[in-house]
Design a protein around this ligand. Sequence first.
Ligand code: SAM
Length: 333
Amino acid sequence: MSVPCVCVAREAGEAARQELAAAELVDDAHRIEHADGRLYIPVVDPDAVPEGYEVVDRDAPVRETQTMPADLVDFEPSYERIGEVAIIDEDDPDRARALADAIVDSALPVHTVLNRASKVKGDLRVRDWEVLASPDEAEAAPTEAVHREYGCEYAVDLAEVYFSPRLATERHRVAEQVSAGEHAFDMFAGVGPFVIPFAERGAEAVGVDLNARAIEYLRANAERNDVADRVTAIEGDVRDVAGEYENWADRIVMNLPHSAGEFLDTAVALAGDEAVLHYYDIQHEDDPFGPGERAIRAAAEPEYEVTVETRHTVRSYAPHELNVVLDVRLTRR
Ligand code: SAM
């Protein structure tokens, strides 16, 4: 049967699929197909497809229905996937057990289920996990996974480093602004989900993290994605490292919501004559952008002219609290 499909070059396929999936436009009843270097992604509503995409009619094969976790439990299941690991957040042990069994028994390519056992803690932003399912013969720790995001791969150990798949769209939004040759500095780099795509786009990228294991993973991920020649990974407190990179950066990422404000003097020291700062914050919904903007102005003015280019809500964080980002251009006067 002929169905509307978005038709894109194969190399742009994953980004297009993720954008269409985020807008809930992918038609799961039909299969995505490759042909002649193009990817055909069936969509449920051709009129809602964002501008710039080509939509064609095509005989897309019907997808065989597969058993999903929702088919196996009597509640609406919620889980995230990081490679072959599923993450759940269930306080009730019976519900946690039922959901873990459903995930493993479903058609999802998942072998490990982890339940959140604490909030993210301390400077390193790592949490504890309860292992509800893992393969018997596994050599790696059950908390180790390889996550794929917009064409890049990240190895992580969730028990040792911070990583959240929820920020994929946001990271991609920022990466799309990066040009070849620019100097990009991630002050809180983790395993590299900003640094690696920046380097993929030809930037010279520096990532700093206090967590020694995160830096080991960042180096390994740079190799894994074939961008090690454009990535410098430094273990340490970014306040101690920044001296080597004063006036260097064209782009600075500050993804340490809750405490990024304490590092703004360091960010200003890193900035070159013109730099874009991506400043992540968690604030009350009544004034989500005001505190960040005021703090940035206090740190950068009058040395720099401060222009807020984007005020964007990344996601809801807690009742009445938003995770937001400000893209701010600093231009030396
Ligand atoms: N940017 C990464 C991402 O999106 O996955 C990681 C963000 S995570 C919220 C914050 C990171 O900042 C953690 O990996 C933590 O270890 C690191 N960190 C905290 N304080 C730091 C400091 N003073 N200097 C450098 N890194 C720091």
